[in-house]
Design a protein around this ligand. Structure first.
Ligand SMILES: [Ca+2]
Ligand SMILES: [Ca+2]
Length: 358
């Protein structure tokens, strides 16, 4: 079913040393979230935050890749009561999505809960980093989520009526059958309210390639690469070089510039989803491919010039797309801010390389 299971132990020891430990199977999925390279998982119990962990934990040895959907198993120190879960999808630069859930524990059973990651941040009225949906004091900043006192009109416990909360009936997933590797998670006895969890990624978790064809020829960062080596396409077909099934698509001009493309020349020509002349006059780079990929002759227009003050480039073709290449050029209108390693090209130009973003 799943690529692997992370086994995780909450900080406190299991009480009573039961043979079937009380546990939670957390099923994490992402909907339209830019590809994260790790998750931050926080778990809150009535006494406050009991887990704050990076998943996978890449500070040690082993496979650090993250693939979604995936599962995480929690062993709480308590055998009943309620846990509130907050999962953040993160890249090295930013949080790209969040999801929350509330789950009720059942003694000596494994319960299942779904966390759906959606783009951006959830509403957090008091700005304490805990979304309103699971904040036990939504009007008072209390990032540790200890007992809430004096917050009139606010429930003491977590609320369970938010979107994305799935609290299934207990007992439908026998612990030993579904997660036989759970014993690899430590169950030490020292209280660690903010301790990290111990994750055991399975070995078969290599992420899918960003490229639907060819392979990665240049990596700008985790969310932007150049795919090269498959069939050749005009600009309108260039997106097929990106692995769209896993969320990759042809980068727009803004994505390219904001993710480092303006500072790093590419040794090969590669298509971008951007247009500097879309049937009419020259424009600043539009954030999409040109509306037509046929050659139509028209009135000559200046669409670019070199950063170094080289000759102007004019064309009579009415549809002119944007590539990245090692030439530094401004494109379109006279705007010094849009300088980057890119160049204009006839939309019918056939290329076997594309800049793909996720
Ligand atoms: Ca809050
Ligand atoms: Ca709060």
């Amino acid at each position: 079913m799943d690529k692997f299971v992370w086994a995780a132990a909450l900080g406190l020891a299991l009480s009573g040393c039961t043979e079937i430990p009380t546990s939670v199977l957390v099923q994490i999925t992402a909907v339209e979230v830019p590809r994260p390279d790790h998750l931050r998982v926080m778990v809150f119990a009535d006494q406050g935050r009991v887990v704050d962990a990076r998943v996978p934990d890449c500070r040690g040895e082993g496979d650090c890749s993250l693939e979604l959907p995936n599962d995480l198993v929690l062993y709480p120190s308590q055998s009943d009561g309620t846990l509130r879960l907050l999962v953040r999808a993160k890249t090295t630069q930013e949080t790209v999505g969040e999801g929350v859930a509330v789950v009720t524990l059942h003694t000596e059973r494994q319960v299942r809960v779904s966390v759906i990651l959606r783009p951006g941040l959830l509403k957090d009225s008091d700005g304490d980093g805990v979304p309103d949906e699971i904040d036990n004091c939504p009007a008072i900043p209390n990032p540790e989520q200890r007992e809430c006192a004096g917050d009139a009109g606010v429930a003491d416990g977590p609320r369970v009526d938010g979107a994305g909360l799935v609290d299934t009936a207990p007992g439908d997933i026998p612990t030993q059958d579904s997660t036989p590797e759970l014993d690899t998670g430590p169950k030490d006895s020292s209280p660690k309210p903010d301790a990290s969890m111990d994750m055991i990624p399975a070995p078969d978790s290599s992420p899918p390639s960003p490229c639907a064809q060819g392979s990665v020829a240049l990596t700008y960062n985790a969310n932007m690469v150049v795919c090269q080596g498959g069939a050749s396409y005009d600009q309108c077909g260039a997106g097929q070089m990106c692995n769209m099934a896993t969320g990759w698509s042809l980068c727009t001009a803004n994505q390219f510039r904001n993710r480092g493309g303006a500072a790093k020349p590419a040794p090969m020509e590669a298509w971008l989803a951007s247009c500097v002349r879309d049937g009419n006059g020259a424009v600043a780079p539009m954030q999409d491919v040109c509306s037509s990929c046929t050659v139509v002759m028209g009135v000559s227009q200046t669409v670019s010039w070199e950063c170094t003050g080289g000759p102007l480039w004019t064309t009579a073709e009415r549809y002119v797309g944007v590539l990245t290449y090692s030439l530094c050029r401004h494109l379109g209108v006279d705007d010094a801010n849009n300088a980057a390693y890119w160049r204009p090209a006839r939309v019918v130009h056939q290329l076997n390389a594309a800049v793909c973003c996720n």
